[in-house]
Design a protein around this ligand. Structure first.
Ligand SMILES: Nc1nc2c(c(=O)[nH]1)N[C@H]1C(S)=C(S)[C@@H](COP(=O)(O)O)O[C@H]1N2
Ligand SMILES: [Mo]
Length: 402
């Protein structure tokens, strides 16, 4: 098989002519994740998108900067899994290029803190085990745009989140292949390979430690929503600790270590700490498990009177959503919504719908989810960097019914 230039080739014609034969491609696809073309892609669609994500759908994204793009509230869709061309991007370091990554099957993952430390290639991992799991990928700062003290960082509203179907290898299988843990580990520390070599690792290495208990459900993914993990989303290999905030889902993962201590890099020690406004430090809680959250995605602004289907998404982080309530009067009265669509497990989000009978007028519509015995609070938890917002009031919508 020819060396592939990129995971995602927006031009179908190039795809067909660039690979020997269609039959050859079909044979090869039995061994490697299928290469997908985006037939609907047009040049005007891509206008304004930076080169590394030209294949995304421009009209579904709000561009905050050249490294942060958010999904429009209504573009999350209503079929549980978020379309890959709509999914947000958040880069601390630039996305690795094909040239930097090299041959994807030869990508290396180092494993430490196990009885027999080993380095695996991606193709070795792909032959060792396999699992598929849906999780919510959400930036710690999703909802920052609602904080009145205007914290530094992207002013995300609801769109730094997606529900993704990952395929890869369970972390527990990797541990087993290395003879088990060497003992005493309190954390799983995952390291990205995306830091340019001229930078200081203490300041720029994307390395995150999460409690070692995630080994029960965590995985290393090489496929996302049925396609080989695009570079922009951390290809060819990404660490997925389900139910944990985005930053812990380390892209371009080159090392997994079972460690006694948390990483000492800035992104672990200083950033992503939930501290009171005006305070900072590593003594404050890290952005780890996501709290229960929901928001309405439809209707967004207007509706005609009569029967109105109010729908949205709800997730519980590491806990299953037990119920969602909807209010059409700014939170005075709540009624149970119906959970719809397939249940893809506790780490995925659920769609919900509530059929309201609304007369012409103005309404404030809100949703409030519960999971693991906890419900969303009314208000945000004020904090310096605007992390972990799950208050229902700020996420409510004002609609006019005519
Ligand atoms: N190696 C690496 N992993 C990373 C990042 C990064 O810059 N480098 N960004 C993190 C942050 S802050 C978030 S919110 C998610 C974003 O994932 P996405 O760009 O695939 O949506 O990846 C996380 N993992
Ligand atoms: Mo993030």
């Amino acid at each position: 098989m020819k060396k592939r230039k990129s995971n995602i080739n927006p031009s179908r014609r190039k795809f067909l002519t660039g690979s020997a034969t269609v039959a050859g491609v079909a044979a090869a696809s039995a061994l490697v994740p299928i290469k997908v073309s985006y037939a609907n892609h047009t040049a005007s669609d891509a206008k304004g998108l930076p080169g590394f994500i030209k294949w995304k759908k421009r009209s579904s994204l709000i561009i905050h900067s050249d490294k942060t793009m958010e999904t429009h509230r209504e573009a999350i869709g209503s079929s549980v899994i978020t379309p890959i061309r709509h999914i947000y991007i958040r880069n601390n370091m630039p996305t690795m290029t094909d040239a930097q990554i090299g041959k994807k099957s030869q990508w290396k993952l180092k494993v430490e803190g196990v009885k027999n430390p080993k380095t695996f290639t991606l193709s070795q991992l792909q032959n060792l085990g396999r699992t598929t799991m849906a999780t919510v990928l959400q930036c710690s700062g999703n909802g920052r745009g609602f904080f009145p003290h205007k914290p530094r960082g992207s002013q995300w509203k609801t769109g730094a989140a997606a529900c993704v179907m990952w395929t890869g290898i369970p972390l527990s299988t990797v541990i087993k292949a290395c003879g088990g843990l060497s003992g005493g580990a309190k954390y799983v520390t995952a390291t990205g390979s995306d830091m340019p070599s001229n930078l200081d690792p203490k300041k720029a290495l994307v390395e995150r430690s999460v409690p070692v208990k995630v080994k029960k459900d965590a995985m290393l993914a090489w496929e996302m929503n049925g396609v080989a993990l695009p570079n922009a989303h951390g290809g060819p290999l990404r660490f997925i600790p389900p139910g944990y905030f985005g930053i812990n889902n380390v892209k371009h993962c080159g090392k997994i270590a079972f460690t006694k201590d948390q990483s000492q890099v800035k992104y672990m020690k200083k950033s992503y700490r939930i501290s009171p406004i005006g305070k900072k430090g590593s003594q404050y809680p890290s952005c780890w498990e996501m709290p229960v959250k929901s928001w309405i995605t439809s209707p967004m602004k207007r509706s005609s009177s009569g029967n109105v289907s109010i729908s949205g998404v709800a997730f519980g982080g590491t806990r299953k959503v037990s119920s969602v309530s909807v209010s059409t009067d700014g939170g005075k009265n709540w009624k149970k919504a119906k959970l719809i669509g397939p249940d893809l497990g506790k780490f995925a989000w659920r769609q919900f719908v509530f059929n309201a009978k609304l007369k012409p007028g103005k309404y404030n519509i809100a949703s409030k989810a519960s999971a693991g015995g906890k419900s969303q609070p009314k208000l945000r938890m004020e904090n310096r960097r605007g992390y972990a917002h799950n208050g229902w009031r700020d996420h409510s919508l004002n609609i006019s019914v005519s």
